[in-house]
Design a protein around this ligand. Structure first.
Ligand code: IPD
Length: 277
């Protein structure tokens, strides 16, 4: 019997590798920086070129599949997750890092059916680390199985987060309030790689106990969310409910104990949903 999801996984890995080559070649050259939703929400020609490369390649192989891509949505395509097989693509997660040659940049490709992510591929292309996950079949980095940390003591934990690209003063105040609460628990440290997808892979790898952020988009976290789950981790909304990938809010943790402590310290707010009309 044809294993469609394995075909999807193989294609996602192959095209992510190809995209990674383009990103690596461009990392010192692409200096034409444009902005999107705010003065610090950056985009380059490489983001657009890589998204086109991925979509073209997938369309040739899976002509009936749908797409949600960061740059296509920025160009006016709808961001609606249906039950149809859908590729959820961030061509460069960590565009600000890419622009500044800060060395964490990922190609993030999730694949969903019935609104559930079934395949996740995150290629940290400057480190040459290929993170892969398929529902029910585990998570891997360059073929090696991943396992979240077994830490249950928040005081012995490292937490990852980001400041995002909104500079709305109220949102910034809430972000700092959450950060202060978490630092003061205290935790061993707070880190941020500058890419949601890599932060989630760090949770899956056991290097940090949790990652949370308000303001991310579905393409930043679709693939990483499955990598976390398949490495034994948990996902939650920042107010403790089930995660909703369109809500732009996420807590990804090694276990429920750590996730619930983080949730208590977060000052929540609700950015406009990705699927808002
Ligand atoms: C961004 C990165 C960043 C996070 C932002 C995302 P992009 O994605 O993941 O770490 O803080 O919320 O939008 O714009 O580089 O694809």
């Amino acid at each position: 019997m044809v294993d469609i999801l394995q075909n999807v996984m193989d294609h996602a890995v192959a095209v992510a590798r190809k995209a990674g080559e383009v990103v690596r070649d461009a990392v010192r050259d692409d200096r034409k920086v444009m902005t999107k939703s705010s003065a610090v929400d950056l985009v380059t020609q490489t983001d657009q070129k890589v998204e086109q490369l991925i979509i073209q390649s997938v369309k040739e192989k899976f002509p009936e599949h749908r797409f949600i891509g960061e740059e296509s949505v920025a160009a006016g395509e709808p961001c609606i997750l249906t039950d149809d097989p859908t590729w959820i693509i961030d061509p460069i997660d960590g565009t600000t890092n890419f622009v500044h040659t800060f060395p964490f940049v990922a190609i993030s490709i999730g694949f969903s059916i019935n609104k559930r992510v079934e395949v996740g591929v995150v290629y940290s292309c400057l480190e040459d680390k290929m993170f892969t996950a398929r529902r029910g079949k585990g998570a891997f980095c360059n073929g090696e199985p991943l396992q979240v940390s077994d830490q249950t003591d928040i005081h012995q934990s490292i937490i990852a987060t980001e400041f995002g690209s909104s500079r709305d003063p109220e949102a910034v105040d809430k972000i700092f309030c959450s950060l202060r609460n978490i630092l003061n628990l205290p935790v061993h440290g707070v880190r941020g790689a500058g890419t949601a997808a890599i932060n989630m892979c760090l949770v899956a790898s056991g290097c940090v106990e949790a990652y949370y952020e308000i303001g991310i988009h579905v393409w930043d976290v679709a693939a990483g969310s499955l990598v976390v789950l398949e490495a034994g981790g948990v996902l939650m909304d920042v107010e403790g409910a089930d995660v909703d990938l369109m809500s732009r809010r996420i807590v990804a943790a090694n276990n429920r104990t750590i996730a619930e402590i983080i949730v208590k310290e977060i000052t929540p707010f609700g950015p406009i949903r990705d699927d808002a009309p």
